[in-house]
Design a binder for this molecule. Structure first.
Ligand code: NAP
Length: 295
C-alpha cells in the first residue's frame, strides 16, 4: 500500500519503520529532516514536504505532537504546506496522535469535504512497544475508511480495537486511558512518598504491593521508574502528559463531567513543567509529591 507517514518523533519513527518492514511503500516526512534518514536507510522514501508525502498516497498516517502540529501539517501554516489538498480523493488520513476531541471532529469534517476518509486511531504503548509492533490501537471512523487502514494499523499494533463510525469517540477512549494511567501514577507517587518518609525503601514497597492485591503491569513499569527516579531519557515527555490532562479536562468540560482527580494530576504535571521538567518522562511527576513531603 502507498502510505505517507508524517511525524518521526519517539513514536513515529519506529512506527514508520515497521510499515516499511511490512512491505508497504512508505513516503515519510518530518519537520526536522535528519530524523527521516533512518527511514531511507530501511528502504523507505523521504518526502520534502508533508504535501509531497501525501501526493498519490492511499493512506496518510500522522504521528505528531499535539493539536497545533496536526493542524499545521493538515491545514498548513506559515512554516508548513498542509497536505489536505494534496491527498487524493478516496484516500484516508489516520491520525494516531493524542489530540483533542474538537480537532478530531474538525478533521472528520474537513476530510469529508474533500471526499477523503478520516480515521481517529490513537495508540497506547510507549516507544519500545512501537518498536516491537505491540501498540494497542483504537480506531473509529466510517467503516470503509477503517477497512482501508486496517492492514497498516495491524502492522503497528498487537490489538486494533474498532470503535464505530464516530471518529472523536476513539480520542475520548485515549484521553480516558491516559487519565487512568496518570491517576495510578498519582496514587503510587503518594504511596512512595509515605513509604520513603517513613524509612521504607520504594523498590521494596513496590515489590510487596505489586506482588498481590493491586498487581498491575503499569505499577510494575511506571513504579520501577519512580522507585529508581529514572526520568531520562523520556519515553513519554511530561509536557505531553500535561497536554493530555488538558485535553481530558477540555473533553470533560464540554460533556459537563467533573473530573476532580484529572484536575489534581494536571496541577502536579503543571508544577513539573514549571520546574523545567517538560522533557523528562512524565513519571517525574512523583518528584512533586516527594518534594511536597519535604523529601
Ligand atoms: N511517547 C509515548 O509514550 C506516546 C504513547 C502514545 C501516544 N503518544 C502520543 O503520540 C504523539 C507523538 O508523541 P512522541 O512521544 O512521538 O513525541 P515527540 O517525540 O516529541 O515527537 C513529536 C513529533 O511531532 C513533530 N512536531 C511537533 N511540532 C510540530 C509542528 N508544529 N509541525 C510539524 N511537526 C511537529 C516533531 O517534529 P520534530 O522532530 O521536527 O520536532 C516530531 O516528529 C503525541 O500526541 C503523544 O501524546 C505518545
Amino acid at each position: 500500500m502507498r502510505i505517507g507517514f508524517l511525524g518521526l518523533g519517539g513514536m513515529g519513527l519506529p512506527m514508520a519503520l515497521n510499515l516499511v518492514r511490512a512491505g508497504h511503500e512508505v513516503s515519510a516526512w518530518n519537520r526536522t529532516s535528519s530524523r527521516a534518514d533512518a527511514v531511507r536507510a530501511a528502504g523507505g522514501q523521504v518526502a520534502g514536504t508533508a504535501a509531497d508525502a501525501a501526493e498519490g498516497a492511499e493512506l496518510v498516517l500522522t504521528m505528531l505532537a499535539d493539536d497545533a502540529a496536526v493542524s499545521a501539517v493538515v491545514f498548513g501554516d506559515e512554516a508548513t504546506e498542509g497536505f489536505l489538498r494534496a491527498l487524493p480523493r478516496g484516500a484516508v488520513h489516520a491520525c494516531t496522535s493524542t489530540i483533542s476531541v474538537a480537532l478530531s471532529r474538525r478533521l472528520a469534517q474537513a476530510h469529508a469535504k474533500h471526499d477523503q476518509g478520516y480515521v481517529a486511531a490513537p495508540v497506547f504503548g510507549r516507544p519500545q512497544a512501537a518498536e516491537a509492533g505491540q501498540l494497542t490501537v483504537v480506531a473509529a471512523g466510517a467503516p470503509a475508511a477503517r477497512a482501508r487502514c486496517r492492514e497498516a494499523l495491524e502492522a503497528l499494533g498487537q490489538t486494533v480495537h474498532e470503535l464505530g463510525d464516530d471518529a472523536p469517540a476513539a480520542n475520548v477512549v485515549k484521553l480516558a486511558g491516559n487519565f487512568l494511567i496518570a491517576g495510578m501514577m498519582e496514587a503510587l507517587a503518594e504511596a512512595f512518598a509515605l513509604g520513603r518518609k517513613s524509612g521504607v525503601d520504594a523498590a521494596k514497597l513496590l515489590e510487596i504491593l505489586n506482588g498481590g492485591l493491586v498487581r498491575s503491569p503499569l505499577y510494575q513499569s511506571y513504579g520501577t521508574m519512580m522507585a529508581q527516579e529514572r526520568f531520562e531519557p523520556a519515553g513519554f515527555k511530561l509536557s505531553l502528559g500535561l497536554k493530555d490532562m488538558r485535553l481530558a479536562l477540555a473533553a470533560a468540560d464540554a460533556a459537563a463531567v467533573p473530573m476532580p482527580l484529572a484536575s489534581l494530576v494536571h496541577d502536579h504535571l503543571l508544577s513539573g513543567a514549571a520546574r523545567g521538567w517538560g522533557d523528562r518522562d512524565w513519571t517525574a511527576m512523583s518528584r512533586i509529591l516527594s518534594e511536597a513531603a519535604g523529601l
